[in-house]
Design a protein around this ligand. Structure first.
Ligand SMILES: [Fe+2]
Length: 368
């Protein structure tokens, strides 16, 4: 029972539609909490959007692709290890804690088990990120998307586990990039960009030293910013020389980064990002990877605000497994933007209507 609205539109008395966690995986506010001014003030700096539960969204369930306990188990494991290795003076001799790789592998296996029963990601995974946990949520989302693509390619389980390890650790080299460069909202200077690029080689060097990990995992850190036509970094190799894992992680990484909200900008709509990925096929990305990915992730996740071609607007209520691009939409506002009696329209049946915009339109569907 939820829909997504901008944090700026939260009002006392609204009910939270999804539990919110802080950067350490601790519950900030539980699903069902009635919001008060003090709560809203706490949420505002951390989240750009949250799910609320109201009469208009009654009965709409935002699916939970990955059980939160599993997500938090991975997040806590990684954040503890990151903290530990960040304190080590140099990346040239980093050693993981003795059981870290084993524990991570077990978690990746559990993740794969869940995803083996998932045909399409129906929720907006990027919406789980707050401004203080976005790194962990992003790594996890990249891993989920990579596994969805890899299993659509019928890779075997042990290959998929290596792909998952490569995806979850792909940005480990960023631990050695100064935070002011990492979090800079503006364009990086040439010098800063050169420093940023180094995270690929640093990550590779760290992972290649870990005897518990296969070299394919280290290679993901090295190659995930390489691009098919050779215009990526650090080595400018082309698609022929890129490992399949890197082609997969490159797509998953760019998709999640573009969809995710940042403190300084709202994330792009999933459908728009998918269009962008297709437009860069053969230049940046591999055709098979992008095509398979486009069938595994909902362009209009459940709970998303949408505007239809007749200017009516509402929220995505349900997805149809065979036709996820034409969901069932609960209309809440008429063509003039005036509130209307909630009515559901099944876009798989009503073919003369299309979705023209999604996301970022919260103001149009909030009825005070
Ligand atoms: Fe990266």
């Amino acid at each position: 029972m939820a829909r997504r609205i901008s944090t700026t539109l939260l009002r006392p008395g609204m009910r939270l539609g999804r539990t919110l966690y802080d950067g350490h995986g601790r519950v900030l506010l539980r699903h069902g909490t009635l919001l008060r001014d003090a709560f809203i003030a706490r949420l505002y700096p951390l989240f750009s959007f949250v799910y609320i539960d109201d009469e208009e969204s009654h009965g709409i369930e935002v699916p939970e692709t990955i059980p939160m306990e599993l997500r938090l188990s991975v997040q806590n494991l990684i954040s503890a290890e990151w903290q530990r290795i960040r304190s080590q003076a140099s990346f040239e001799r980093v050693t993981f804690e003795r059981r870290f790789a084993d524990k991570l592998r077990r978690n990746m296996k559990n993740l794969l088990d869940v995803l083996n029963n998932t045909t399409i990601i129906e929720e907006d995974l990027a919406s789980l990120a707050s401004h203080d946990n976005s790194t962990y949520v992003h790594s996890m989302n990249v891993t989920i998307y990579s596994l969805m693509i890899g299993s659509a390619m019928h890779l075997g389980d042990s290959t998929l586990i290596d792909l998952a390890l490569g995806a979850i650790l792909h940005d480990i080299g960023k631990l050695w990039i100064p935070l002011d460069v990492l979090n800079k909202p503006d364009r990086l200077s040439l010098d800063e960009f050169e420093r940023m690029k180094r995270h690929t080689e640093i990550g590779h060097d760290i992972l290649a030293q870990q005897i518990e990990l296969s070299y394919a995992v280290a290679n993901c850190a090295l190659q995930h910013h390489e691009r098919i036509s050779g215009n990526g970094y650090p080595n400018g190799i082309t698609g022929d020389d890129m490992h399949l894992f890197s082609k997969i992680i490159a797509v998953a990484d760019v998709y999640d980064a573009m969809v995710m909200d940042r403190p300084y900008r709202e994330g792009c709509a999933p459908g728009d990002v998918m269009e962008y990925l297709f437009s860069r096929v053969g230049v940046d990305f591999d055709l098979d990877v992008v095509s398979l990915f486009s069938r595994k992730v909902a362009l209009y996740p459940v709970g998303t605000n949408v505007v239809l071609s007749d200017n009516t607007s509402g929220i995505v209520a349900r997805l149809l497994p065979d036709l996820p691009s034409r969901p069932i939409v609960r209309l809440l506002a008429d063509a003039d933007g005036m509130p209307m009696e909630p009515t559901e329209v099944d876009l798989s049946q009503v073919l003369n209507l299309t979705i023209t915009h999604s996301k970022g339109l919260a103001a149009m569907t909030v009825i005070d």
